[in-house]
Write a protein that binds this ligand. Structure first.
Ligand code: UT7
Length: 322
């Protein structure tokens, strides 16, 4: 009998504090109107001082385990995608493993795959479940982007938010994850980066904050996603009308609209949290997925196309029968 992996449960965590566009108008040379028109974002959640990638990951993971009815002792691997980890090491995943009291199973972070981190994690988890070595994997995206933003730079700080999303991926006899497709192109390394480094002496001023050439990245994103969708559908012998839901990385509503158009999907078949959460990097896909599932929009048996892209460039997709 074939092994497949399936989404057994999902969970989210969002910090209580909300920062609106109107709050940003008070400190930056910007307007809510500009932000909404160019990005689709109305507000974003911001972590309190005591909240971290670990604490948010734990909350999201416990919600996903509860939804899946899986106990911590049944978890065989923990993968946390985060560009804002608890520490350089040990990994945020090891720290979570300790909190869940499940010593022994492999646990690691995907730190540098940025906004593509969640689909990278899903792909790895799927392979381990399919080859029969693990039954249940926690795949989590957790980010405190607010701590790596230059709050005086209006071209970046308006875009991002904090939060965590988790998926409990488990063994199944029926197809769940149909395929995953991962890519990277380091020639675009300067389009989006965070220079914090131990490989060379740190220039404190420039190394602490995320830097992005937004307009350049926007154009790259639309092209790579267009090709990625073709690749993903072709690999499964499917056509765009077979896709029930697009669950995209939440970077910009104009990119999301372009991708929905590419699939001939109305926007009410696209999981969108961008308006309320901003861009939460590797957390954005599981957060959007969890919301659409809990709202009763995404239903069992439907075909979902997940896509993520970001610094690297790194990008990837997953086609899933939910
Ligand atoms: O998660 C990783 C993936 N991230 C992305 O994919 C981000 C992709 N990029 C974007 O979402 C968009 O490029 C942005 C939303 C970041 C920017 O939108 P844009 O339409 O590409 O604007 P732009 O960068 O070309 O800037 C247009 C103008 C500039 O002024 P000038 O030079 O035309 O006078 C900017 O200085 O808008 C100005 N601007 C702002 N104005 C008001 C930039 N940020 C702001 C702001 N408020 N917050």
């Amino acid at each position: 009998m074939m092994n497949y992996s399936k989404i057994l449960g999902t969970g989210s965590y969002l910090p209580e504090k909300i920062l609106t566009n109107f709050d940003l108008e008070k400190t930056l040379d910007t307007t809510s109107e500009w932000i909404i028109e160019r990005t689709g974002i109305l507000k974003r959640h911001i972590a309190a001082d005591h909240e971290t990638a670990l604490s948010m990951a734990e909350n999201a993971a416990r919600a996903a385990m509860k939804a899946a009815n899986i106990a911590p002792s049944e978890i065989g691997m923990i993968i946390i995608a985060t560009t804002t980890p608890e520490k350089m090491f040990p990994s945020t995943a090891c720290l979570l493993q300790q909190r869940l009291e499940i010593a022994g199973c492999p646990a690691f972070d995907l730190n540098s795959t940025a906004c593509a981190g969640f689909v990278y994690g899903l792909s790895i988890a799927d392979k381990y479940i399919r080859d029969g070595s693990v039954d249940n994997v926690l795949v989590i995206g957790s980010e405190v982007m607010s701590r790596v933003l230059d709050w005086t730079d209006r071209s970046t700080c308006i875009l991002f938010g904090d939060g965590a999303g988790a998926v409990l991926l488990g063994k199944s006899n029926e197809p769940g994850i149909l395929s995953t497709h991962l890519h990277a192109d380091g020639t675009h390394k300067d389009v989006l980066y965070l220079d914090t480094s131990v490989g060379k002496p740190i220039d404190v001023e420039s190394a602490l904050y995320l830097k992005m050439s937004g307009n350049h990245l926007f154009k790259l994103a639309v092209n790579i996603l267009d090709e990625l969708f073709d690749e993903t559908l072709a690999a499964n012998g499917l056509v765009k009308s077979d896709v029930d839901w697009l669950v995209p990385h939440q970077a910009n509503i104009r990119i999301i609209q372009a991708m929905a158009k590419k699939l001939d999907l109305p926007l009410d078949r696209v999981a969108i949290t961008l308006d309320e959460q901003g861009n939460t990097s590797s957390a954005s896909i599981p957060l959007a997925l969890d919301k659409a599932i809990r709202d009763g929009q995404i239903k069992r048996g439907q075909i979902l196309l997940l896509e993520g892209f970001g610094g690297g460039l790194a990008w990837g997709s997953a086609l899933i029968k939910y």
